[in-house]
Design a protein around this ligand. Structure first.
Ligand SMILES: Cc1cc2nc3c(=O)[nH]c(=O)nc-3n(C[C@H](O)[C@H](O)[C@H](O)COP(=O)(O)OP(=O)(O)OC[C@H]3O[C@@H](n4cnc5c(N)ncnc54)[C@H](O)[C@@H]3O)c2cc1C
Ligand code: SF4
Length: 485
């Protein structure tokens, strides 16, 4: 038998020990307008893996057409999306349990069982995983006496600097395969076979096992120690801050999340990184990543269609075309430019700038979800819905989080340096220099009053909004401003 390997299963832990068939499908790239650098990473990762002795690369318009052209049977590691799981749901496939996460489906099911599918809390799942893996544990007791050091990990961006005092991230050296990928992408785009968005640029992320290990080693040795304190901060001039940039190799399956967490834990034990940073990082890798994965299956295929807040606005051209030259709001203008430059933003820029603004302006959640998948180099079908529909848009009405992640300009002003260069003032909500994020926050509460009344965590901001004397003025001003910032 041969193993059919999907593009998100490229690491050794997905290898079932049989000859491998790997598909390069131009049809997949044509299915949506991918960011240049995302399309490059996908092709480069596949073509690099195809160099291995036991791998045969097949070029086909799509998986379905490839399967129709052959009668072979395959083994397969259960793939990572509803679409691919339907594809392998046939007698031709021997399907092995999914890999690439710390907790398997059985563990999730037994953790979830007593909750009857409701009332589950992330922190509870994370602690369960810590206990079960023994990561940062002394028997049953968490090292440092607590599971959570978030209070040490909320520093605002340092003042009067343009970047964090930390080593730059690891960067790969492009090779002949990358040159071939770039040539093919340019040709296919010129021939109208695919549509690409954003800018081409030097490859920034790991696409082979060897590169992924180099990126991991560099992050653990040089950058992890400062991960925690500035986890929630942002600087206009520092695109990577002290983040790991490991989501791409993790999502390609080139790194196993447990090996990543063990490497971070070892850095704590050797005195190379502080506990709050190591715990904060491990929380992301074994906690949030697995939680989002399991919820993708738990919430089901229709989840991306939810629209609790009835948000119907179309994404503006500056987002669709990744061209923010005419956007005045400094935070939005620079984050869109960063997406265009690299197809990547760190978490707080995704959540508290773009996600927050999208919810305030009432962008259609499904369209936004598609935009994130197309535009972000680490975007996959499984990772996006819970992060976008749930965490950032509250379109699921609270299945994922208890309240919307909505905030005004004060939060951005406190945690980042974007406001300094902005023509707007984060403290002002009505008038010419009114900050669209601050005014947008109040306009959002005003517009969503019916849906959010009854959410006890929103009671206080709702009460403040109802007392505001300029409620009507904000409403009119933000209606005029629309989605143009
Ligand atoms: C609106 C929105 C869209 C997002 N889109 C993606 C996406 O397309 N792909 C993606 O992998 N993550 C996504 N995330 C989660 C998170 O922002 C990214 O994983 C992170 O920014 C990637 O950068 P990093 O590797 O430097 O992460 P670090 O900050 O160094 O964190 C370490 C790792 O933790 C994992 N992680 C942390 N938070 C999450 C999370 N919420 N969901 C899943 N994994 C998490 C990632 O694997 C990440 O590499 C999104 C979050 C939001 C709010
Ligand atoms: S003032 Fe408002 S629009 Fe300008 S950068 Fe700050 S939060 Fe963004």
């Amino acid at each position: 038998m041969q193993q059919l390997l999907f593009a998100y299963q490229l690491g050794p832990h997905f290898d079932l020990g049989e000859p491998i068939v790997l598909l390069e499908s131009i049809g997949r790239l044509a299915a949506r307008p991918y960011h240049w650098q995302k399309a490059h990473l996908i092709l480069s990762a596949i073509r690099h893996r195809a160099q291995d002795d036991n791998v045969t690369l097949v070029k086909a318009p799509s998986y379905r057409e490839f399967l129709a052209s052959s009668a072979a049977s395959f083994t397969v590691v259960n793939p990572t999306s509803f679409g691919y799981r339907k594809l392998v749901d046939s007698e031709r496939f021997t399907v092995f349990p999914s890999r690439g996460f710390v907790t398997n489906e059985d563990r999730w099911a037994s953790w979830m069982a007593p909750k009857s599918g409701k009332g589950f809390v992330f922190e509870d799942f994370y602690r369960d995983t810590r206990r079960r893996t023994g990561l940062l544990m002394n028997d049953a007791v968490p090292i440092g006496g607590a599971f959570n050091f978030d209070h040490e990990n909320r520093l605002p961006a340092p003042k009067k600097v343009s970047s964090l005092p930390v080593a730059p991230p690891w960067q790969p050296t492009e090779d002949d395969i990358d040159a071939g990928v770039r040539r093919d992408l340019m040709r296919w785009q010129a021939e109208g076979k695919i549509q690409l968005s954003g800018k081409d640029g030097p490859r920034l992320f790991a696409v082979t096992r060897q590169e992924a290990l180099a990126a991991l080693t560099h992050f653990i040795a040089e950058r992890l120690d400062l991960f925690g304190p500035y986890e929630d901060a942002g600087l206009e001039g520092d695109w990577a801050m002290s983040h790991s940039l490991l989501s791409v190799p993790l999502n390609f399956g080139l790194l196993d999340p447990l090996e990543v967490a063990l490497a971070a834990e070892a850095a704590y034990h050797s005195g190379n990184a502080r506990l709050s940073s190591v715990e904060g990082f491990i929380r992301q890798v074994i906690g949030w990543r697995d939680f989002v994965w399991h919820l993708y299956w738990h919430f089901g295929e229709d989840y991306t269609g939810l629209n609790f807040l009835s948000a119907t606005a179309e994404l503006p051209p500056s987002w669709k075309e990744l061209d923010s030259t005419h956007v005045q709001a400094n935070c939005v203008s620079h984050t869109i430019a960063k997406v265009s430059d690299r197809g990547w933003l760190h978490h707080i820029e995704r959540l508290m700038i773009l996600g927050n603004v999208a919810m305030q302006r009432g962008f259609n959640p499904r369209e936004l979800n598609d935009w994130f998948i197309s535009s972000f180099v680490d975007g996959t079908p499984w990772v996006m819905p819970v992060n976008v529909i749930g965490m950032s848009q509250f379109a699921d009405g609270g299945m994922m989080s208890t309240k919307p992640y909505a905030g005004g300009g004060a939060y951005i002003s406190k945690m980042t340096n974007y406001c300094g260069e902005c023509p707007y003032n984060p403290k002002v909500r009505v008038g010419e220099n009114a900050c669209p994020v601050t005014a947008g926050y109040w306009a959002f509460l005003d517009r969503s009053e019916a849906e959010l009344t009854g959410n006890f965590r929103m009671a206080q901001p709702m009460a403040a909004m109802r007392k505001m004397v300029d409620r009507q003025a904000i409403r009119e001003q933000e209606k005029l401003r629309g989605t143009a910032l």
